[in-house]
Design a protein around this ligand. Structure first.
Ligand SMILES: [Zn+2]
Length: 477
């Protein structure tokens, strides 16, 4: 009954607003019992598109970059792992992580806080990635192919996200349809064992401490006992932790030599960043001031990072500058410290200093995406849009699938009064978000902008034709 209630709530929450205007195909009538990887990806994209509108979705490139690098270490050593996993944070205090169809993995802030080491966090992610690489989700959903994508996506979200949305009620026409199949849509004991097995292998191969998996399971089981009011933490609802699972995880590592894994600075910095952005600004300043004063922290640099970030939120720029000096004195370095220091400079109205600092940091860390975004933002704030466009065009060539780059491009073109290019970039942004009607509208605006040359207009025309074809094919299916 709880599953049904959860499903109903989630369907109500997700189905009507998310897909009312997006023409998505149903799943066709292929005869195999698995979803195709393409269909899985589409399904995952449609769920993530909806989640992005949720204020709980953490649209923070530094958080995503950190989770992505942790995830990449694991997928690199897993056979059958696709290259295009995407990781993102969700502001939710419950201890949970979830894999969506198509390799999208969400991580709750509750999990980030509950993990006592990076290896513990990695053990949960490795398990989730295991569900994807072992095609568990494709197999679970493959039996429901006759359902239309919106219903299926709502169903998948309800099961995989492991959280209900009681805040939204009424009008669930699809609930009965979904309820009928809900029993088949849970990770089975076999799937859990399988995900643990490949997760544990990846953990060890990627250099994390494989003992962390059993340790974290035990911690979860303890929390299961404590909250005995019928509300299980999300993760336990979707991946029940049993004594058997704990024993399995312990036995498999019993013979391995002890291997210490040192947490990366970013593990601590990301947690401090998220902590510094939650709750009342003054309270948060007080919290980090106390940690720093009393030395009550797991990592000094992270505590000081949290204090600088909280002081910026409280609009106390001079205090943030002083604390930034103490943070630098810890000897910890990295892109996250550079972007923080740039934010301090910006708060002190030193735009030129911020830009210079970020330009130097980008030379040190050329692959950091969050540094690139920050640097482009600083160039835009200084009205140096030609330079921003230069950096963006180069980045788009390297990563054409990054929607944030297109949005930034559009902003600079708009400031420069280049209307065709502005709408073209905005159109590509929508196309990458999977919103074809909005993309087509922008390209039409680009065509009628009146400031394009013959070559630019033919590029827009060709792209418009392509997108219209794609849209009509999807509407017909
Ligand atoms: Zn699981």
């Amino acid at each position: 009954m709880r599953v049904l209630a959860l499903l109903t709530a989630a369907l109500v929450a997700l189905a009507p607003r998310a897909w009312a205007h997006s023409a998505l195909p149903d799943l066709g009538s292929a005869s195999d019992t698995e979803l195709s990887p393409q269909m899985e990806r589409r399904l995952g994209e449609s769920i993530v598109r909806d989640m992005r509108r949720d204020p709980q979705f953490i649209d923070d490139p530094e958080v995503s970059e950190y989770l992505g690098s942790l995830g990449a270490r694991l997928t690199e050593v897993m056979t059958g792992a696709r290259q295009d996993f995407e990781f993102f944070g969700v502001r939710d205090a419950s201890i949970n992580a979830f894999a969506l169809p198509g390799g999208f993995v969400g991580v709750h802030t509750g999990l980030l806080n509950a993990a006592d080491s990076e290896s513990e966090l990695a053990s949960v992610l490795a398990h989730e990635i295991g569900h994807v690489t072992q095609r568990h989700i494709a197999r679970m959903l493959g039996q429901q192919k006759q359902m239309q994508i919106p219903v299926l996506a709502a169903l998948a979200a309800a099961i995989l996200l492991g959280r209900s949305r009681p805040d939204l009620a009424a009008g669930a026409s699809a609930a009965a349809q979904a309820g009928a199949v809900s029993a088949q849509l849970a990770y089975s004991r076999d799937f859990e064992r399988d995900a643990d097995r490949v997760g544990l292998q990846a953990l060890a191969a990627a250099g994390y401490d494989p003992r962390a998996m059993a340790a974290f399971f035990e911690k979860m089981q303890r929390s299961q006992r404590v909250s005995d009011d019928g509300t299980l933490p999300g993760y336990l609802r979707t991946h029940p932790v049993t004594t058997e699972r704990i024993a399995d995880a312990q036995n498999k590592v019993a013979g391995l030599p002890y291997k210490q894994h040192l947490d990366s600075p970013e593990f601590h910095l990301v947690r401090a960043k998220l902590r510094s952005e939650a709750g009342d600004a003054q309270d948060t300043v007080a919290y980090f001031e106390r940690s720093v004063r009393e030395g009550r922290y797991a990592n000094e640099a992270a505590a000081r990072y949290g204090l600088v970030s909280a002081l910026l939120r409280a609009r106390r720029a001079p205090a943030a500058e002083a604390e930034m000096t103490r943070l630098r004195a810890t000897g910890v370095s990295g892109p996250m410290l550079d972007t923080l220091e740039a934010r301090v400079r910006q708060a002190l109205n030193d735009q030129a200093g911020a830009e210079k600092l970020l330009a130097q940091a980008r030379a040190r860390y050329p692959y950091s995406r969050s540094l690139l975004y920050a640097h482009v933002g600083a160039l835009q704030d200084a009205s140096r849009h030609d330079q921003a466009i230069g950096a963006l065009n180069e980045a788009v060539r390297a990563s054409p699938g990054d929607p944030r780059l297109r949005a930034l491009q559009s902003r600079s073109y708009a400031a420069l009064g280049k209307r065709l290019l502005q709408h073209q970039a905005q159109g590509e942004y929508y196309a990458l978000q999977g919103s074809l009607p909005a993309a087509i509208e922008q390209l039409q605006l680009a065509r009628s902008a009146g400031d394009g040359d013959f070559y630019q207009l033919s590029v827009v025309d060709a792209r418009l034709k392509e997108l219209r074809g794609q849209y009509s094919a999807e509407s017909k299916r």
